[in-house]
Design a protein around this ligand. Structure first.
Ligand SMILES: *Cc1c(COP(=O)(O)O)cnc(C)c1O
Length: 219
C-alpha cells in the first residue's frame, strides 16, 4: 500500500511541488517500501530517530529535519542532514552554521514561522526577523536560507487553515522583497500535511510534508 499511496500523491501534486515523505515512527521496512519506488526525500522530527535511520538506511536518502530542534542536538545531524525546516531562532541558526562549518558543509535551512492558533506551536514572528539585517547573519557562510515553513492549526475548518497558509505566503513574499531580495536560493514555502496539502498547494506551497496519507495512520 505504501508504494501505491506514494505514487498516487506524486501523480496528484504538481510536478514542481516537492514531496517530503514524513517517516517519523515508521520502521525501516516501511521506509524501504517507499524508497524502492524511487523516492529519496524523507522527513523526521526527532534527532535520535533520524540518526538511527541514517546509519542503517541507504546513503542516498535526503533526510529533512521537520520537528523542533534543540541547539544542543544540532551536532548529531550536521554531518548529513539535507534540509532543516524548523529554524525558529537566531541562536539555533548560529549553532547550525557553526556545526556545518566544522563538517565543511553548507546546510540548507528554512525559517519556521508561527501561523497557527495553538499556543504550543513553535516558530518565528515577523518581529523576530530583525537578525536577518545584521552583519553577523550576513557573514554566516555555512547556512543557506532557502525559504520558509509553517504548520497550520489542526482543524477541519479549511477556510481557517487557508488563511494561515495565506499568512505564510505573505511572510515569504515580504522576506523575498526585503532581506532576501536578489537571493536566488530563497524559493521554498514548506506547508501542507496529509489533512491540508491540497489547500496548501492552492496557496502557493512548493513543498508538502506528508506522513499518514503515505504510511497510514500513526499509533
Ligand atoms: C508529522 C508531521 C507532518 C506529517 O503529518 P501527517 O499528518 O501524518 O501527514 C508534517 N509536518 C510536521 C512538522 C510533522 O511533525
Amino acid at each position: 500500500m505504501i508504494a501505491e499511496n506514494l505514487q498516487r500523491i506524486l501523480q496528484e501534486i504538481p510536478s514542481q511541488v516537492h514531496l517530503v515523505a514524513v517517516s517519523k515512527t515508521r520502521s525501516n521496512e516501511e521506509i524501504m517500501q517507499a524508497y524502492e519506488t524511487g523516492h529519496r526525500v524523507f522527513g523526521e522530527n526527532r534527532v535520535p530517530e533520524m540518526v538511527d535511520k541514517f546509519e542503517v538506511l541507504p546513503q542516498d536518502i535526503q533526510w529533512h529535519m521537520i520537528g523542533h530542534l534543540q541547539s544542543n542536538k544540532v551536532k548529531y545531524i550536521a554531518p548529513f542532514v539535507s534540509l532543516i525546516h524548523s529554524v525558529d531562532s537566531f541562536k539555533l541558526l548560529k549553532e547550525i552554521n557553526k556545526r556545518a562549518r566544522q563538517n565543511d558543509r553548507v546546510i540548507d535551512c528554512l525559517l519556521q514561522f508561527h501561523i497557527a492558533q495553538e499556543e504550543e506551536k513553535y516558530g518565528l514572528e515577523m518581529a523576530d526577523t530583525a537578525f536577518l539585517q545584521q552583519d553577523v547573519f550576513q557573514s554566516m557562510k555555512n547556512v543557506r536560507i532557502c525559504g520558509v515553513m509553517g504548520m497550520a492549526t489542526f482543524t477541519e475548518n479549511m477556510e481557517a487553515v487557508r488563511g494561515e497558509f495565506k499568512k505564510l505566503r505573505a511572510v515569504f513574499e515580504e522576506l523575498k522583497a526585503g532581506p532576501f531580495s536578489g537571493n536566488p536560493d530563497f524559493t521554498q514555502i514548506s506547508m501542507g500535511m496529509s489533512g491540508d496539502y491540497r489547500t496548501a498547494i492552492e496557496e502557493g506551497s512548493t513543498m508538502v510534508r506528508i506522513g499518514s496519507n503515505i504510511f497510514g495512520p500513526r499509533e
